[in-house]
Ligand binder design. Structure first.
Ligand SMILES: [Zn+2]
Length: 1191
């Protein structure tokens, strides 16, 4: 499963500080940089002259002086950087310099920082006039990555449906009263014959003895269509044998046959917390996950008829169940249910050796506590039969939700008829199969599934995990589709779709290929599926080769679902996606950005990797969710790297995944990656960056520890050994250890379990402190902790060490040393000689960032790294900047060091990885400074740094640029507009106006849409906003819709922000539920918008909770995005009030989300109190020293 679209720009801010008016405009495309600088930065030119060689003011080196390199070989000028970059320039050393700013650069390089105390004494920086901020807008790509399920609202939206529902409720009530009366006055009821039920056309018979259950036993006849599967579950002609290749699906025949219609009159059990109006008053709710042992499912036969009008599923079910040989005690059979009502329960067994002769068994049955289970107790006289195998048959009615969980309905407008078309989709992961049908809803309870779907004939198609093998008329106006039996799999992978969507005809054109791959979408999107299809065909053979196991499924359907809570879901054979995760428009005007195409490719690679890791081999419990998600993420990088080496995606890994994981793993609210999942809210919580990003980082670290070959062969071995079964992490450790030892990459005295336990069972990650002691290298570790380092924290890890010095270029990722949990310090002898241990010799650790830790160097080492920065490997450069920014954030380092490394961006205009690495740390500073006086200096400093790169790249995209260059230009422009470089903001507005003049012809290039839209809306007013909203409704491109949704939150007009938020809880606004958190985040990350967002949340909390349910944690996501600006004590009080309000309303999950968010606010408050003034002084000293124009 994968989260929503998280663009690299996800937490970006475009600041809306009003820029000074400029008198003339120079096209940034023009190479005449001299002219540009004369117009835009007159003071800069002056400074360059003045600054040349002027270091006299820095005559008092402080105790911890951190001097910039004195080399002048890397100095740059605008005149050289204004040349178009060559494709090979990415990642290459920065251009040499000359020209009018040469002196400026020299001064930069020679600048020495003092400690804050001296700077304060020395400098008397005055702010230029009063605050000039008129506010700022924040631009965000996406609010949500990991989203979860919860209870349905269960009420159909239209008025007629409400009336029908009310009528049904009355009938149900009367029916219930009658049954109750009947049961209480006659003991056990004699069940009515129910000939009309969908499958089990069974004759009821009077129960032989009275009991207290509300449901009777009855003689059971297995329907003909089920018999094969029922009696010989492993020999069904349609079933995939686990180790065999599949049979080709037979031709589907339509037959005319009239069958009696099903009845929908089974009372729906009201669970606790459901009031008379049908509203679940406790949602989003939290339930304990009970693990019941004793019985295991073998096979499910399910017939289900989802009904959009009544919002119910009528169904019938036969589960073959066997006694778990490992459990000796006599346990009841416990099925998981949620808002499901059950009737006509029967239990039968086959007599030994005579499969046609069934015997009906006596039993008691009832709903369990809170109606969240259904318990069947067999007669204890059977307790001695350890091999007992039975079939449990029942009918059920479950809910079709509108909260994107379980079986749910969603709609879209048919472009031809302009009418609303409804469709049914499913999302069962992680724990919502129980909303659809009674089941053993746990990952380790694997079984085969034979599914039949009854659909109204006005729905043109039904899909499920396996190919359809038969189709006929079920009754007048209804068709029944029967699907082949699935391989053994857990319930969370079951899926089906009923709709009028169309296929893209790939299966026909590529009929000779196995498996059949088809993409389904609405008719007007069919031509947006080519890219996804191409990717599937690239990735499948790669995985088959890497894992050494052929894909077993005969078909793979990929479906874009109009409203989908997750990014995508790996249902075996039927992968569901939100539109933006699958569709890539090829039409010029709608074309997707490079970033978006990479995202689509990666998400497809992720879901396909699950077919091996997750679907075929499944973690035993949700505790080890990271195993499947980590593997799917890691494999998606490998697959993408193979398909598109030019993306250099493994380098991007070291920035993106580390950012995601380390950000969430830094303070006391983090959790161990292996998490003791006890309740439904625990299950939801683990779908977070710790499971995904930390999971993938740890697997990559393991790969580096044992080497590529051992890692791959261990994975192959594991998958073959546990095919169609479950594993826990210890199984992986065993295989990796064995193969590592065999290959000789893992020392014999080490085993993977010893190494990995420290990473898996405790939260957080370490900082390795580096000290040069004579000829030796001395390493110590401590936990990286926010808000600040805590020397008392005793958490330790088993850390793989790799390092390089000038004299030692091993270029190998396999660790040479280990810093263990018990070692106070690790001494690596004779790394230096007397001659080499100085600040001219570089030393850097954690090569290619293979280990999950940050590195803090001593001052000599930092200085050497700075002096030789441009000579370092590309990943190391990015790593140093990111580590330095975050080490300062937590008080491990003074801010002069990261600021010095930030200055490298001034000359490293082409180093896209370095620029990406700067983002997370910079965003933190932006959010914490944006509403403070120091932002003025910070903005000036950053504008100064990003200007050469923007002048170099501009907002024009030449043709035939590489993927990396396209992404990099967008990032540079994003920074330039964010820091209000007027050349960027002016051009952005101009381009947008051009579009406004002719809405049908969008002149903005796909990669630059996000920055141009947001800047234009931020700087503009309501005409821009309404224009954008109109385009949102008009466009058919899902990725374009997301771009616009994000930019709508960039406006600086409070009433528009407020209007926008209210649209997120109005189903007619066109904003889908899947996008609610994205829209909210767009407003909340806007420095002007966040208070409006908070107000909106406080005022409408109940309505939001009702509207979104807890299906994909929209409310939790909203709360997370609120806290980024909160750094004052009164913010805490505001949050506490909101938590109290949620408590009153019974919104427990939201309450706990607020408590987690509180920690983030505490971190911010600490930073504001302890680091703000120091950073401010450093910034002022730089701005003053270099005479940077404050405007
Ligand atoms: Zn996944």
């Amino acid at each position: 499963m994968e989260g929503g679209y998280v663009n690299e720009e996800d937490s970006d801010a475009i600041m809306g500080v009003e820029s000074p008016a400029i008198t003339s405009y120079t096209d940034p495309k023009q190479p005449n940089a001299l002219r540009a600088s004369a117009i835009y930065a007159p003071t800069t030119t002056t400074t360059a002259t003045n600054a040349s060689g002027n270091n006299k003011s820095l005559t008092n080196p402080p105790i911890a002086t951190f001097a910039l390199t004195t080399t002048t070989t890397t100095a740059s000028s605008l005149s050289s950087t204004s040349q178009p970059p060559s494709p090979s320039a990415i990642g290459s050393p920065p251009p040499s310099t000359g020209g009018p700013l040469n002196g400026f650069v020299t001064k930069l390089r020679n600048f020495k920082f003092n400690d804050t105390k001296n700077i304060r004494k020395r400098l008397h920086f005055d702010y230029i006039s009063k605050d000039r901020f008129l506010g700022g807008q924040l631009k965000t790509k996406n609010g949500q990555k990991y989203v979860f399920n919860g209870p349905p609202s269960g009420v159909y939206v239209s008025k007629p449906c409400l009336v029908v529902t009310a009528f049904i409720m009355v009938v149900i009530l009367i029916f219930s009263i009658l049954i109750t009366y009947f049961v209480t006055s006659h003991g056990l009821g004699k069940p009515e014959a129910n000939p009309s039920y969908i499958t089990a056309q069974a004759q009821s018979k009077e129960h032989p003895e009275g009991n207290s259950t509300s449901v009777a036993t009855a003689q059971f006849h297995v329907p003909d269509w089920l018999k094969d599967n029922f009696h010989t579950s492993t020999s069904s002609p349609n079933r995939i044998k686990d180790e065999e290749n599949v049979v080709v699906p037979p031709v589907v025949k339509e037959e005319e046959k009239t069958i009696v219609p099903p009845v929908g009159d089974i009372p729906v059990v009201k669970s606790e917390g459901v009031n008379d109006d049908g509203d679940d008053i406790t949602k989003p709710t939290d339930r304990l996950l009970q693990l019941h042992e004793g019985w295991r499912p073998i096979h499910y036969s399910i017939v289900i008829e989802p009904n959009v009008e009544t919002s119910t599923n009528n169904g019938s079910l036969v589960i073959e169940i066997e006694r778990d040989a490992k459990i000796t005690s006599w346990e009841p059979i416990v099925l998981d249910v949620y808002n499901v009502s059950i009737s006509n329960v029967r239990v039968i067994r086959s007599l030994e050796g005579n499969e046609t002769d069934e015997v009906e068994l006596d039993f008691d049955s009832d709903y369990g506590e809170n109606n969240d289970s259904f318990v069947v107790k067999l007669n204890p006289s059977l307790a001695s039969e350890t091999q007992l195998k039975i079939a449990l048959s029942l009918d059920f009615v479950s809910q079709v939700t509108d909260t994107l969980q379980g079986v749910y309905k969603t709609s879209y407008i048919n472009p031809d008829t302009k009418k609303t078309e409804w469709m049914i989709s499913t999302q069962f992961s992680p724990i919502d199969a129980r909303r659809a049908f009674p089941c053993f809803d746990r990952p380790d309870m694997k079984a085969n599934f034979t599914i039949s779907i009854v659909r109204n004939s006005n729905m043109s198609m039904a899909l499920s995990n396996m190919p359809k093998y038969h189709s006929d008329t079920h009754r007048l106006g209804y068709i029944r589709d029967e699907f082949m039996t699935t391989p053994k799999m857990p319930t969370y992978l079951v899926a089906f779709i009923v709709s009028n969507m169309v296929d893209s005809q790939y299966a026909n054109s590529d009929g000779q290929l196995f498996p059949r791959v088809e993409i389904w979408t609405r008719p007007n999107f069919v031509d947006m599926t080519n890219y996804a299809y191409k990717m599937v065909r690239k990735f499948l053979p790669y995985y088959e080769e890497y894992f050494g196991i052929k894909n077993k499924l005969p078909k793979i359907d990929l479906v874009s679902v109009p409203d989908f809570g997750f990014g995508a879901m790996e249902n075996w054979g039927l992968i569901t996606f939100r539109d933006s995760a699958l569709l890539v428009p090829e039409d010029q005007e709608l074309a997707s950005s490079s970033e978006h195409m990479q995202y689509v490719a990666q998400i497809i690679a992720h879901e396909l990797a699950h077919f091996w890791f997750g679907n075929c081999v499944t973690p035993k419990s949700w505790d080890d969710l990271w195993l499947k998600e980590g593997f799917a993420c890691y494999m998606s990088y490998k697959a993408l790297n193979q398909a598109h080496p030019e993306f250099q995606i493994m380098d991007t890994f070291t920035v993106l995944e580390f950012k995601e994981s380390m950000q969430h793993d830094a303070d006391n609210t983090s959790h161990a990656i292996s998490f003791d999942v006890r309740s439904t809210s625990d299950v939801r919580r683990i779908f977070d960056p710790i499971s995904y990003s930390k999971g993938t980082i740890l697997l990559r670290m393991l790969n580096s520890i044992v080497g590529d070959e051992a890692f791959r062969s261990a994975t192959q071995d594991l998958l073959k050994t546990f095919a169609y079964a479950n594993i826990d992490r210890n199984d992986l450790w065993v295989f990796l250890t064995r193969h590592g030892h065999e290959m000789g990459t893992l020392p014999k005295e080490l085993n993977v379990k010893n190494i990995m336990d420290s990473w898996i069972t405790q939260p957080g990650y370490p900082v390795v402190n580096v000290e040069r002691r004579g000829a030796n290298l001395v390493l110590r570790q401590e936990r990286y902790l926010l808000p600040a380092r805590n020397p008392l924290d005793k958490q330790r890890w088993f850390i793989p060490i790799t390092f390089e010095t000038d004299d030692l270029h091993k270029g190998d990722n396999i660790p040479t040393h280990w810093l263990t949990k018990d070692q106070e310090e690790l001494v690596i002898p004779d790394v230096f000689t007397k001659e080499t241990n100085n600040n001219n010799t570089v030393l850097y650790l954690n090569l290619n960032r293979q280990g999950y830790y940050r590195v803090n160097y001593d001052s000599v080492s930092w200085l050497a790294l700075k002096k030789n920065f441009t000579l370092l490997p590309r990943i190391t450069r990015a790593q140093l900047l990111d580590d330095a920014l975050h080490l300062s954030q937590a008080e491990y380092l003074p801010y002069d060091i990261p600021l010095t490394f930030l200055l490298e961006l001034y000359t490293s205009v082409d180093d896209e990885l370095l620029w990406s690495a700067a983002k997370p740390g910079l965003n933190y500073l932006i959010y914490n400074l944006k509403r403070e006086p120091a932002y003025e200096t910070f903005r000036a400093f950053m504008k100064f740094i990003v200007r050469p790169a923007f002048d170099h790249y501009g907002l024009n995209e030449p043709d035939n640029e590489s993927h990396l260059q396209l992404k990099h230009r967008a990032l540079v422009a994003n920074f330039a507009c964010k820091f209000n470089y007027d050349r960027c903001t002016q051009v952005a507005q101009m381009r947008f106006r051009e579009w406004m003049r002719d809405a049908k012809k969008n002149p903005i290039k796909p990669n630059l849409k996000s920055v141009i839209y947001c800047t234009a809306l931020s700087e503009g007013s309501y005409p821009e906003w309404y224009f954008a909203y109109k385009q949102y409704k008009r466009t058919t491109s899902a990725s374009e819709k997301e771009e616009i949704l994000t930019s709508l939150g960039c406006t600086s007009k409070p009433w528009l922000l407020s209007k926008y938020l209210n649209m997120t809880i109005n189903s007619t606004s066109g904003i889908l539920k899947q996008d609610g958190a994205l829209a909210f985040r767009a407003v909340a990350t806007n420095a002007i918008g966040y208070e409006i967002a908070f107000d909106f949340l406080q005022t409408n909390i109940k309505e939001i909770a009702d509207y979104y349910g807890d299906g994909f944690s929209t409310l939790t996501e909203m709360i997370k995005s609120l806290t980024i600006y909160m750094n004052k004590d009164y913010h805490k009080q505001q949050l506490q009030l909101l938590a109290a309000n949620c408590h009153k309303l019974g919104l427990k999950a939201v309450e706990s989300a607020i408590n987690l968010a509180m920690e983030q606010v505490n971190d911010n408050i600490y930073w504001r109190t302890h680091s703000y003034d120091k950073l401010k002084s450093f910034l002022e000293s730089i701005v003053s020293e270099f005479q940077i124009n404050i405007f």
